[in-house]
Design a protein around this ligand. Structure first.
Ligand SMILES: [Zn+2]
Ligand SMILES: [Zn+2]
Length: 121
């Protein structure tokens, strides 16, 4: 059984890695629970969630495509909202125009607002 402390940590809202002043809000797409910032519209995907979500029907992911990229946020170095590690800038395998922020420790991926729309085409 997980301890109470673990449960509390898991339920604690994470801070947005880009604008930092906002908490991420849980949003559900199909069976996948994502964390999203209502201010900059960025989306946090835990390891492998991005692949899962990109494989879904576009009707299901429509809501994730809102927002437009913000140059300032795009250039900003982010820290992983889960473990605080510095995120790496990596080119997306599916669209080389999109640079993702990926955590080298937990493998989670941050997409800035509008980047999901570019990836899903
Ligand atoms: Zn934000
Ligand atoms: Zn991480």
């Amino acid at each position: 059984m997980p301890s109470t402390l673990d449960l509390e940590t898991a339920c604690e809202p994470m801070n947005c890695p880009k604008c930092e002043t906002h908490k991420l809000e849980a949003t559900r797409v199909n069976d996948v629970e994502l964390d999203r910032c209502s201010q900059c519209r960025g989306i946090w995907f835990d390891a492998h969630e991005l692949d899962t979500v990109l494989g879904l029907d576009s009707k299901e992911t429509h809501a994730l495509k809102k927002g437009k990229p913000d140059d300032w946020l795009n250039r900003k170095h982010a820290r992983c909202p889960r473990d605080g590690s510095e995120m790496l800038r990596v080119y997306s395998a599916s669209n080389h125009e999109v640079i993702l922020d990926q955590c080298g420790k937990c493998g989670g991926i941050w997409l800035d607002g509008g980047e999901f729309a570019k990836l899903s085409g």
